[in-house]
Design a protein around this ligand. Structure first.
Ligand SMILES: [Zn+2]
Length: 265
């Protein structure tokens, strides 16, 4: 299954910069592209065959439509921020009227964003207004992540929120597509590190990577600081630092020998 993640705006038909909706110093395009990048990276992590289009803002809407006239990919999603009143809130995702597959994707993406950002879910909406949906071949969705015109903006101002939103969009797509992840390794979700084994997040267990032991807590997050585990206290490094010429990553178990030196295998 081939997926394309597109960023809305960036370049007008005349070739000039198109910021999309603007609220003060915040441009829809600049925020949407970071959300789209996170979506793309998360989908790649989930093993999807995925491409990211217009991250550099060099494709106008007609360029983007031309690129996906036929069945170049199976599914495409274009990332936007919504604009409306100063009290409007929550994600909504558009699909072509009558496209049941599109509706399934739109509902899954909208629900995932709402849950991740803690916003009301405005849900899947049918519309033939958007060229990127109407004039392209693949099943297509236009994702209005949240409102740039309201306090929703606070959720995606910083890169941590952009990553959260992007991961949520990817997770929604993966759910609708039935993608099974086989990924293993560390994942940053915007606020904490998680460790996946064969696509499943680990919890309540030790993980050893690059010669360091880490504790994954009950909530699936990598722990730092002094932790009591099975009745024993373990010092886990608070933040990355160098000691006696050894770089110690955040979360690493600090085992010392009888001389007080940090042990690292
Ligand atoms: Zn837009």
């Amino acid at each position: 299954m081939k997926i394309a993640i597109l960023i809305g705006h960036g370049q007008s038909e005349g070739g000039s910069y198109d910021p999309g909706a603007v609220n003060g110093a915040y441009h829809e395009f600049r925020i949407a592209k970071e959300i789209g990048k996170a979506t793309y990276e998360r989908l790649r992590q989930l093993g999807a065959d995925c491409q990211l289009v217009n991250y550099d803002g060099v494709f106008s809407l007609s360029d983007r439509i031309r690129q996906f006239r036929g069945k170049e990919v199976d599914f495409l999603a274009e990332i936007h921020l919504n604009s409306g009143s100063s009290t409007a809130s929550g994600p909504e995702v558009y699909y072509f009227p009558g496209d049941e597959t599109g509706q399934k994707y739109a509902a899954a993406i909208s629900a995932a964003i709402a849950a991740a950002l803690g916003l009301p879910d405005r849900g899947a909406k049918a519309s033939d207004y958007y060229g990127i949906i109407r004039e392209t071949g693949p099943t297509a969705c236009l994702v209005e992540t949240c409102f740039i015109s309201s306090p929703d903006l606070d959720k995606v101002k910083a890169s941590s929120g952009q990553v959260l939103a992007g991961n949520a969009i990817a997770n929604g797509i993966a759910k609708a597509a039935g993608l099974q992840s086989t990924a293993s390794g560390w994942t940053w979700n915007g606020s904490a590190w998680h460790y996946y084994k064969d696509g499943q997040p680990l919890k309540n267990q030790w993980v050893k990577t690059d010669g360091w032991w880490y504790w994954i807590g009950n909530d699936g997050q990598m722990c730092t600081g002094l932790q009591e585990i099975d009745g024993k206290a373990y010092p886990l490094n608070d933040e990355p630092k160098e000691m006696a010429g050894i770089y110690i990553p955040a979360g690493a178990l600090m085992i010392t020998n009888e001389k007080g030196e940090i042990m690292h295998e």
